[in-house]
Ligand binder design. Structure first.
Ligand code: OOG
Ligand code: NI
Length: 272
């Protein structure tokens, strides 16, 4: 599979689940901008056949290289950033939930999900947009996971796919700041993730980021209960050059910590 095919597949899956993404994309194209992706991100459990170490070989086979590790102690997550084979291609952010740090009952729920995965499917790169690889959980199990981890609850429903694409603001001409981009997003009637402030990071840390609040969709839980849940979101990033003139390639843990909350059901995503 070529990198272009990989991203076409990811994009098609992502926009099917995230109507706001196509709208935002088209709005900037209509405004004369050229859309280049800064990065995409995936989430997984560090359990069963889909741990970060199980999924990483697909990225390496596409020519990606490991860059930097990140740790999110409070959210019980660890992650890696990956660099693309050539500079104008998207970076990748891959995180996993440290399941050992959840309660025994939450771990049992997660083991019940990942225990259903056909390990064969994880061998193909298509697993990265396969979505949920297990039967829908009950709403009670979803809520029990939610008590301990928004990420766990989201992943139990949405599964493996790009949870966001990120537009490179560096490649924009008129909308050349994250603030201008976010104003445009609001003019489309879409919400911004304000956790930690509308703009995360600064030129000092060589990366500024902002994101939408995830779209919402109805989902059928086990037993037929239908509830609205957050799906996926869109991000906007502007990178700066360091003192040696080299464009920053990493992520910023303090900012990423807040970007994760773009898919939150609860409170903090509305806080300032
Ligand atoms: C990833 C959040 C972190 C970034 O650019 O810092 C991130 C996620 O929501 O899974 O994408
Ligand atoms: Ni991101």
């Amino acid at each position: 599979m070529t990198l272009d095919q990989f991203f076409d597949n990811l994009w098609n899956d992502y926009t099917a689940m995230t109507p706001q993404a196509q709208r935002i994309h088209d709005a900037f194209v209509d405004a004369g901008e050229n859309i280049i992706n800064d990065h995409v991100a995936f989430r997984t459990f560090d359990r069963g056949p889909i741990t970060l170490a199980d999924l990483e070989p697909h990225l390496l086979a596409l020519g990606y290289t490991r860059y930097e590790p990140y740790d999110f102690a409070a959210k019980k997550l660890r992650a890696y950033g990956y660099l693309p084979p050539s500079p104008d291609q998207p970076r990748v952010f891959l995180s996993e939930l440290k399941c050992d740090e959840l309660s025994a009952s939450a771990q049992r729920i997660i083991d019940g999900l990942v225990g259903q995965i056909d390990a064969e499917r994880v061998q193909a790169p298509e697993v990265l947009w396969a979505g949920r690889l297990w039967a829908p959980p009950s709403f009670e199990d979803y809520q029990a996971l939610m008590e301990e981890s928004e990420y766990a609850a989201w992943l139990a429903i949405i599964g493996l796919r790009a949870n966001h694409f990120t537009i490179s603001v560096n490649h924009f001409h008129s909308y050349d700041s994250v603030e201008k981009v976010l104003d445009k997003i609001e003019s489309l009637g879409l919400g911004i993730n304000a956790s930690g402030g509308r703009i995360k990071g600064s030129p000092d840390v060589l990366l500024e980021q902002g994101s939408t609040l995830a779209d919402r969709a109805e989902f059928s839980f086990a037993g037929g209960q239908i509830e609205e849940i957050p799906t996926c979101y869109y991000e906007f990033a502007k990178r700066y050059r360091d003192v040696d003139g080299k464009l920053y390639q990493g992520f910023v843990a303090a900012s990423a910590d807040k970007i994760f909350e773009s898919t939150n059901v609860r409170g903090e995503r509305h806080a300032g």
